[in-house]
Design a protein. Structure first.
Length: 255
C-alpha cells in the first residue's frame, strides 16, 4: 500500500514539475568513499585533533605523533649535508689545482688519479647525506596524519599517549567518509539495464529534496537472482552539502 502511494505521489509530482519519469527505483544512500587510514610509522600519539562526527577539510591534521627524536634527526642530517657540501667544494678546488699542476708537468698521472678518486668518494658521501636528509624529513611528514579529502570522521581508535605500531596485526586506524558526495544504490532487473544504458538524466528524491545525478553506473555482474530474474546494482552519485546518513531511504527517478 505504501509503495502504491509513493508511486502515485511521484506521478503527481512529475506532472507538477513537467517531467515524466518512466522508472522509479527504491534505493538507499551510502558513502561515496569510505576509507581507513593510519600511520606509516610507529610512535607515540601526541595529539588527536578530531572526534567521530567531526567534519574535516582536505589536508587538515587529524592525529600527530611525538616528533622530538625525528626533529633531532632532521637537524643532524641537515648538518651532515652541509659539511658534505663544504667538503665537496674543497675537493673540487683541490682537483682544479692538481689538474693545473699535471698540465704543467709538476704532477704525475697517478697522483692526479688519486685526487680524482678522492673527489668521487666525496661526491658519493654528499649524495648519501642528501638522501638521509630526505629520508628523515619524510619520516617527519609521516608523523602527522592528515585528511586525504573533505570528510566526516566516522570512527577513531586513536588516544593521546597511545603507542601505535604500523606493522601490528590490528593497527590503530581512523575511518573517514567523503563529505559532500553520496551514492544512491538500487537493484534493477535486466530490462531496466537496457533502458538505463543511454545514461539518462537521473534524479534522486530524498523526502522533499531532489538531487541531480553527477554520475551513474550499473554493475557488470548480477548481485541476485530472484523470482524476477537477475538483478544488478545501480549506483548513482549525487552531491549534498548536508550530512545524509548511510541507510537512508530514497528514490531514484529515471525520465
Amino acid at each position: 500500500m505504501k509503495n502504491r502511494f509513493r508511486i502515485l505521489l511521484l506521478v503527481l509530482l512529475s506532472f507538477a514539475t513537467g517531467t515524466l519519469f518512466a522508472d522509479t527505483f527504491d534505493a538507499v544512500v551510502d558513502w561515496n568513499r569510505r576509507v581507513e587510514i593510519g600511520f606509516g610509522m610507529s610512535g607515540q600519539v601526541k595529539a588527536v585533533a578530531v572526534r567521530p562526527g567531526d567534519a574535516v577539510a582536505s589536508g587538515a591534521v587529524l592525529v600527530s605523533l611525538d616528533t622530538v627524536l625525528l626533529e633531532i634527526a632532521v637537524r643532524k642530517a641537515s648538518n651532515t649535508e652541509a659539511i658534505s657540501e663544504a667538503e665537496m667544494e674543497r675537493q673540487l678546488a683541490v682537483v682544479e689545482r692538481e689538474q693545473t699542476l699535471y698540465d704543467e708537468g709538476s704532477l704525475s698521472a697517478v697522483q692526479l688519479e688519486q685526487v680524482e678518486l678522492d673527489l668521487s668518494r666525496t661526491e658519493f658521501a654528499l649524495n648519501d647525506a642528501q638522501l638521509e636528509h630526505q629520508r628523515v624529513r619524510h619520516l617527519l611528514e609521516l608523523a602527522t596524519l592528515t585528511a586525504p579529502f573533505d570528510a566526516w570522521v566516522v570512527d577513531s581508535d586513536f588516544m593521546p599517549g597511545q603507542f601505535v605500531h604500523h606493522q601490528a596485526d590490528s593497527p590503530v586506524l581512523m575511518t573517514l567518509a567523503e563529505r559532500g558526495r553520496y551514492v544512491a544504490k538500487a537493484e534493477v532487473d535486466g530490462t531496466a539495464v537496457e533502458r538505463l544504458t543511454g545514461s539518462p538524466e537521473i534524479e534522486i528524491r530524498l523526502g522533499d529534496r531532489t538531487f541531480e545525478a553527477v554520475q551513474s553506473r550499473i554493475g557488470l555482474e548480477p548481485i541476485a537472482d530472484g523470482n524476477g530474474g537477475q538483478r544488478y546494482l545501480l549506483s548513482v552519485q549525487f552531491d549534498s552539502d548536508s550530512l545524509i546518513r548511510p541507510g537512508t531511504s530514497c528514490t531514484v527517478l529515471v525520465p
